[in-house]
Design a protein. Structure first.
Length: 243
């Protein structure tokens, strides 16, 4: 069974070459005038309709070129959409993204680094940018505005947690004093080993977990507990995955 033609109407602009591929499966262009004219400009549509199909085409059918069986699937549709988005300059941020994914750390920790650098973490300053009404103070220290730089690098609890995790030398390194969290993470990824980046990722995950636990459950850990948990969690993970 083949998908109906409505699968071929995309939500983003299609290149002419992509549109042309969608029409190669039709036996008779005369039965597809409406679809052709809706996909292309008037002059291009006229040229297409004047082009005869090869004699080997015997049956009309719509195909999905992203799958071997030529049928649409949500998975292949999602992958196609992601290729379009990632390839668009609008959605592309320059940085050491490979360094994040190569970090020796649990996937949840690497994913947190990615979300941080993509601006996806719901810090209070980020929520305000999206017109969510909320207080701006850090839920952990209640002293400064909560943004990515504060919650992970400048909050007193976070800074003490870095020390407890044995990473104070990374925190205070002059090379990593950029004015935003994304650039700091990329700098760490570019200059430190994948093991150290992994330890940093695990620590930031623990800091963020503690922040959420305080916000939603009013539970808070001491910095030495956060740092120690990050240290132990990374060592446990590494001892298993290095085998």
């Amino acid at each position: 069974m083949y998908a109906s033609f409505r699968w071929c109407f995309f939500l983003w602009p299609l290149r002419t070459s992509s549109k042309a591929l969608m029409l190669l499966a039709f036996q008779s262009l005369n039965t597809s005038d409406f679809k052709v004219r809706n996909l292309f400009s008037k002059d291009v549509a006229e040229k297409i309709l004047e082009t005869p199909l090869v004699s080997s085409v015997r049956e009309d059918k719509v195909v999905w070129e992203e799958e071997r069986n030529e049928c649409y699937s949500v998975k292949s549709g999602y992958k196609l959409a992601m290729r379009y988005i990632i390839g668009s300059e609008k959605y592309h941020d320059v940085g050491n993204w490979n360094g994040i994914w190569k970090a020796q750390a649990p996937h949840k920790a690497r994913h947190l680094l990615w979300r941080l650098c993509r601006g996806c973490l719901p810090t209070r300053s980020r929520l305000l940018e999206r017109r969510v009404k909320c207080t701006l103070n850090c839920p952990v220290c209640d002293e400064e505005i909560e943004d990515e730089l504060h919650i992970f690098f400048r909050c007193a609890v976070a800074r003490d947690s870095w020390s407890a995790a044995g990473l104070s030398s990374v925190l205070h390194n002059a090379t990593y004093q950029q004015t935003n969290a994304m650039d700091r993470i990329f700098a760490v990824c570019s200059n430190e080993s994948s093991d150290t980046v992994g330890r940093v990722a695990m620590l930031l995950w623990c800091i963020w977990h503690n922040r959420n636990d305080k916000l939603w459950n009013d539970n808070v850990q001491m910095p030495r507990q956060i740092g120690r948990h990050a240290f132990d969690a990374w060592n446990d993970w590494y001892s298993v995955h290095k085998l």
